[in-house]
Design a protein around this ligand. Structure first.
Ligand SMILES: *Cc1c(COP(=O)(O)O)cnc(C)c1O
Length: 380
């Protein structure tokens, strides 16, 4: 991925002048800073960023400049990245499974906040992490409303969480709770039962928790028809925490990935072929920047432009869209409505592409050679 040093005005300016043949991810730092401010102004607690959703150093630097002071990290690589790109920021090592050597290294690098979801991993933490650090017990619930189920891999059951929380507290660590309601939760109610369950776990364990981390899961704008309701989610989290915990209200933390970063990138792909006026073949697909679409559904916020930058205006028509590799699963789910007058060499621009796109690109079949271009704005 090559970083262009020039800052362009819009994606269209770049596409029409350069006519790139590789996919381009356009990054608008101002859009990222605006979204960061929306979280900082609206969320009733500490906003941290889930680094895995987009670990680009420019993203971290812009979030730090916007005032994001904490990062959810899952590996030593991410910890070292944050030390470099946002020195002094808090790091929450919230991958609940780590090797002993990773825990030792994190302690050396000054990490003082960890999550845990099992007895065996708590024993490892207690052996290595100095007392006085924060350990957050991660619990899970069966919850509908997310694009996919995060509880399938991580999270203690309620009963196990009660026992873990009591042990953490007794051992002299700062005892907290954390959960992740699932990604792309468009329904604010996804947080409701989690927060109430957290209060019940704390009360059964007899522990006044220091902090409650309500996870990521904040939605981005993927479908034209479904705009994310961040402020309603913030309001619900604030209200339900007050109702559930009363006088024992913990400080709140959130760790959005997608909700913070998605809107600040658009992905431009080029049409390599329209086979017999039916199937559209793009220069990017599910092994590249569009990897998430088969997992959590299509993004229909697209625009199609000719190589000269002119917008294709004809009404949309459902098309089957394939990526460039020879693998038959390299296909976007369902059909994408694309203008009737679209042609070979046109650019199909997908908006809201900043999360889980740059990070998951592969070089499968010789594709995946991306460019990253900085722009003032993503519209036009
Ligand atoms: C991936 C992840 C996040 C971010 O999830 P989004 O759905 O992108 O907001 C937050 N916390 C943890 C522990 C994660 O693993």
């Amino acid at each position: 991925m090559g970083l262009s040093k020039t800052i362009w005005t819009t994606p269209t300016e770049y596409l029409s002048r350069e006519q790139p043949e590789d996919p381009v991810l356009f990054f608008a730092p101002m859009v990222l800073q605006t979204t960061a401010r929306r979280f900082l102004d609206g969320f009733p607690g500490l906003v941290t960023y889930a680094v895995k959703s987009n670990p680009d150093e420019m993203v971290i630097a812009n979030l730090a400049a916007a005032g994001i002071q904490g990062y959810d990290v899952a590996s030593i690589w991410e910890i070292e990245l944050i030390r470099r790109a946002a020195p002094g920021a808090a790091m929450h090592y919230h991958n609940p499974v780590r090797s002993r050597s990773e825990i030792r290294r994190a302690v050396e690098l000054g990490v003082t906040s960890y999550s845990v979801d099992s007895q065996s991993e708590l024993a490892k933490l207690m052996e290595i992490v100095p007392v006085g650090a924060e350990i957050s017990v991660r619990f899970k619930m069966p919850v509908a409303g997310a694009a996919y189920d995060f509880g399938a891999k991580f999270g203690a059951t309620e009963d196990d969480a009660v026992a873990l929380l009591a042990q953490v507290n007794e051992a002299g660590y700062i005892a907290s709770l954390t959960f992740h309601p699932g990604t792309q939760c468009t329904d604010p109610m996804a947080w409701d039962s989690y927060i109430r369950t957290a209060a019940s776990i704390a009360s059964r364990a007899g522990v006044a928790i220091a902090r409650l981390n309500v996870g990521g899961g904040f939605p981005s704008h993927r479908l034209n028809e479904v705009a994310p309701m961040l402020e309603q989610i913030f309001e619900l989290i604030d209200r339900v925490t007050g109702e559930a915990f009363g006088d024992a209200r913990p400080d709140l933390v959130c760790e959005p990935g997608r909700g913070l970063v998605a809107e600040s990138f658009s992905l431009a792909t080029q049409v390599r072929a329209i086979r017999d006026d039916a199937h559209v073949f793009l220069n990017d697909g599910i092994y590249g920047g569009l990897a998430e679409l088969p997992l959590i559904g299509i993004i229909d916020r697209t625009e199609v432009r000719g190589p000269d930058g002119a917008l294709r205006q004809e009404p949309g028509r459902g098309r089957i869209v394939f990526g460039p590799t020879c693998d038959s699963v390299d296909r976007l789910p369902g059909e994408l409505s694309l203008p009737g007058d679209m042609a070979e060499d046109d650019y199909v621009v997908f908006h809201g592409m900043g999360a889980y796109s740059t990070a998951t690109v592969t070089r499968f079949n010789g594709f995946g050679n991306f460019q990253l271009v900085t722009v003032m704005g993503l519209k036009g």
